[in-house]
Design a protein around this ligand. Structure first.
Ligand SMILES: NC(=O)C1=CN([C@@H]2O[C@H](COP(=O)(O)OP(=O)(O)OC[C@H]3O[C@@H](n4cnc5c(N)ncnc54)[C@H](OP(=O)(O)O)[C@@H]3O)[C@@H](O)[C@H]2O)C=CC1
Ligand SMILES: Nc1nc(=O)c2c([nH]1)NC[C@@H]1CN(c3ccc(C(=O)N[C@@H](CCC(=O)O)C(=O)O)cc3)C=[N+]21
Length: 380
């Protein structure tokens, strides 16, 4: 079990196998082997995300101590949708907490496509920005694909650039970044020791940002994947075959307890506001899964809130850290090699420039080049 993760998580090492088995060492597990039903282990996404953020903060501090530079994340928001404003605020705060430098562009809902592209290009060219995220959805008059495609593929920490998605879909290729929410789902499965290889996975939803990349990631990990969408017939019987269910349809409580194979692992991505006068905000968030019903049947399940949502932000920070590390170490190396002098660094690979052999190697290369020149001129 990864250190620092709550007992709920360790309990979620529950197998996602078709035969219900009582997970060991769990305070929450209560399935009896004779019963076809089991009480699921609640996967504490908030705790896993907190652990990841701690790891990131330590690595950012290391970069700062070593190179006096930190990763930077730019968030572009267009318009004043309340939910988008909230998510962007959360992302900026999360950056500050781990020491990532936050950058931002707040554009009005009336901004033109060219103005949005200008903001993206500015961040592409800014050497202190290593990750760029354009908050979705964009206003209707803006071409989302054109904007996402304009983000430098090396700074695409959301993993939405067609090149990154394309690589995710290809055998033997890896993207520079994969989309944060689906990676967060996989990370929860992995950290809870839920087996993936050879298992049947059903993804409900096929959006570019969640459903499709989630299916591609499961496929890369050798699950047998079925994707359901709005035209799927008899979804219930398809979902019932799943050892792993990822629900990302944006439909409150769509997946019912009777659809779930006992012991299955359920990752609920849905974040749907439903009216609730008992709450100060007047609403509460529910998932795409009927939590109360499904937790009685599943082996493991994520809650909403407190499941996938916090993981999305943690993975965004991790992608930004990876990107920052790549850019910063590359800058340092290229500065070092230009300090060593252009001739030596061009003739001798960096690895060989160290130690006394470098002098011998450079000397022989120079002598070789002179000899070749002499021979060449004699042949003419
Ligand atoms: N927790 C987190 O970090 C995040 C949560 N979310 C949440 O996840 C949910 C999905 O988001 P997103 O992917 O952006 O949503 P989209 O609306 O872009 O996509 C929804 C997908 O679900 C399918 N779908 C819709 N209704 C049904 C249905 N009744 N049966 C089967 N399939 C259906 C659609 O099918 P079709 O393609 O045929 O239209 C579509 O593929 C939302 O609740 C969103 O708020 C999203 C991002 C991050
Ligand atoms: N370019 C882009 N990248 C995104 O990753 C992206 C986006 N656009 N547009 C919107 C969706 C949605 N999204 C969420 C992130 C965190 C929570 C989250 O942390 N939710 C908390 C609850 C938050 C609350 O209480 O409001 C939880 O589930 O516990 C939810 C949803 C990222 N998205």
């Amino acid at each position: 079990m990864p250190e620092g993760i709550s007992t709920n998580i360790s309990a979620a090492a529950a197998s996602a196998s078709p035969t219900p088995s009582a997970p060991t060492g769990s305070a929450t597990a209560s399935a009896s082997p004779a019963s076809p039903f089991m009480k699921a282990n609640i996967i504490d996404g908030k705790a896993v995300a907190a652990k990841i953020r701690e790891e990131i903060a330590a690595k950012v501090a290391e970069l700062k101590a070593k190179y006096n530079r930190v990763p930077g994340l730019a968030v572009v928001i267009v318009g004043d949708r309340k939910d988008s404003q909230t998510y962007v605020r959360m992302k900026r705060k999360a950056c500050e907490e781990v020491g990532i430098a936050p950058f931002g562009a707040d554009l009005p809902a009336t901004a033109t496509q060219e103005e949005v592209l200008e903001a993206v290009r500015g961040f592409n060219d800014n050497p202190d920005v290593h990750g760029i995220l354009v908050q979705l959805p964009l206003p209707k008059h803006i071409d989302e694909q054109a904007v996402l495609g304009a983000i430098s593929v090396e700074k695409d920490v959301d993993g939405f650039h067609p090149l990154n998605i394309g690589r995710l879909a290809m055998k033997g290729r890896e993207p520079l970044f994969a989309p944060c929410t689906p990676v967060g789902c996989m990370e929860l499965l992995e950290r809870c020791n839920i087996p993936i290889k050879g298992k049947r996975a059903v993804v409900v939803g096929r959006s570019n940002i969640v459903g499709m990349p989630a299916a591609l990631l499961l496929n890369k990990r050798d699950a047998t994947v079925t994707i359901c969408h709005s035209a799927t017939k008899d979804m219930e019987s398809i979902v019932r075959q799943a050892d792993i269910i990822i629900a990302a349809a944006g439909q409150a409580q769509l997946v019912r307890g009777s659809w779930v194979k006992p012991g299955a692992a359920i990752i609920d991505v849905g974040t749907n506001p439903v009216d609730d006068p008992s709450k100060a905000a007047g609403y509460r968030l529910v998932g795409d899964v009927h939590f109360e019903e499904c937790k009685e049947v599943a082996g493991a399940i994520t809650p909403v809130p407190g499941g996938v949502g916090p993981m999305t932000i943690a993975i965004l920070l991790r992608n930004t850290l990876d990107s920052g590390e790549r850019f910063i170490t590359r800058d340092v190396k290229s500065k070092e090699s230009s300090r060593k002098g252009p001739l030596l660094s061009r003739l001798v690979p960096e690895r060989e420039q160290l130690g006394p052999w470098s002098v011998v190697a450079a000397g022989s290369l120079l002598a070789g080049a002179a000899l070749q020149r002499a021979l060449g001129s004699r042949r003419q």
